[in-house]
Design a binder for this molecule. Structure first.
Ligand SMILES: [Fe+2]
Length: 371
């Protein structure tokens, strides 16, 4: 029997007649639906606000409860006709039933308790639905925000790269130095074991290492001949200018170590602060090797490019003086073809994500080849 005008639908498990008896005692506001004990799967309990399950010593209530739960989640399950036995009651509650009722229970009280369980169940279901709706809404909003941030981040990256290309072009003929050193530095940083949370700031710091040169007059920066001592002092200030400029931009604040300290030397004779050894931030020590390597390998208005082996010799000669000896050893262990592949990739890779992909691939290849 299924009363469509009823406010609640109670499933009672048949053919065990006892539950039918309890179901028939319910007021008219409860519609009843007969459930087959052998066919509780497959949505049989769907639409029920509660299930009445008769206690039978030969039937395991745990197994029936499990099947109902699989089908109908948290629907209230009330076991009827339970003998008065506190151990049995405890084991039924442990099995996950919501309530039990004995033969001696008052039918009116039973329907009140049933109603109480149904209301609690409906409230929980409404809360779950609201939480699911909210979670969906938050998920959608988060996705939109992530997309917006990705676009914004991409715009930042594009702006930085365009700016750096223009700055490179001012000083060098190729205009690709900064992007190349950013890639090399990322690669060597990964090999050196720098933690991933620092990679993006290292990329940006490398890309913007000479950003402070924007404050250096053309007459000094582009002077073809030898610089005077005073002029060189002015050039040196590009490190401090770089840090000051980046320090004013929220998303670049963490990237200022390379611009400020990329001309420090391991022996303490560099500038602007004369830091020595590990007082120089690791990323700045890594970058110092890369910056010199790329300058040696590329053609400049005042010099021809040098072969890789020559560049390595020059860098090794400064091991422990200009450069961190451990990092020189790491650098020297990377074969020429790995640097050449990075050189080619630097032309195509655009933005941090692309540079990171290339760096990780190269680091993975290098480690695989070394076993
Ligand atoms: Fe510099």
């Amino acid at each position: 029997m299924y009363l469509f005008e009823a406010m609640y639908t109670i499933g009672y498990v048949a053919p065990l007649e006892n539950t039918g008896r309890w179901a028939e005692r319910l007021p008219a506001s409860f519609g009843v639906k007969r459930l087959d004990a052998e066919a509780l799967d497959g949505g049989a309990v769907a639409g029920c606000d509660a299930v009445l399950l008769p206690y039978k010593s030969e039937v395991s209530p745990q197994a029936l409860v499990r099947r109902i739960r699989l089908d109908a989640g948290d629907v209230p399950i009330l076991v009827t006709d339970v003998p008065c036995d506190s151990h049995l009651s405890a084991s039924l509650f442990r099995a996950g039933v919501n309530d039990i009722c004995c033969d001696s229970d008052d039918p009116e009280q039973f329907s009140d308790r049933l109603l109480h369980h149904i209301e609690k169940y409906r409230l929980r279901e409404r809360q779950k639905q609201m939480e699911a709706d909210l979670s969906l809404e938050v998920g959608n909003k988060t996705r939109h925000l992530e997309n917006a941030l990705t676009l914004l981040n991409r715009a930042y990256e594009d702006t930085l790269e365009s700016l750096v290309v223009a700055l490179d072009a001012r000083e060098h003929a190729t205009g690709a130095h900064s992007k190349r050193v950013a890639l090399y530095t990322m690669f060597l940083s990964i090999l050196a074991g720098v933690l991933p949370e620092k990679w993006q700031s290292i990329y940006r710091g490398s890309l913007l290492h000479d950003f402070g040169k924007i404050a250096i007059p053309d007459a000094i920066l582009l002077k073809p001949g030898k610089l005077t001592t005073e002029e060189f002092e002015v050039i040196k200030t590009h490190t401090v200018h770089g840090m000051q400029i980046l320090g004013q931009v929220e998303f670049l604040k963490d990237s200022a170590a390379i611009p400020r300290w990329h001309h420090e030397k391991f022996n303490g004779k560099g500038y602007p602060d004369g830091l020595a050894g590990e007082a120089i931030p690791l990323e700045s020590r890594i970058f110092a090797i890369i910056d010199v390597y790329d300058a040696l390998r590329t053609k400049r208005p005042y010099k021809e490019p040098l072969p890789h082996a020559e560049c390595v010799k020059i860098i090794v000669a400064d091991r422990g003086e200009h450069f961190d000896p451990a990092l020189v050893d790491l650098f020297v262990g990377v074969p020429e073809n790995a640097w050449d592949q990075l050189w080619e990739s630097a032309g195509e890779a655009r933005g941090y994500a692309a540079i990171l992909d290339v760096s990780l691939d190269a680091a993975y290849r290098y480690r695989s080849e070394r076993g």
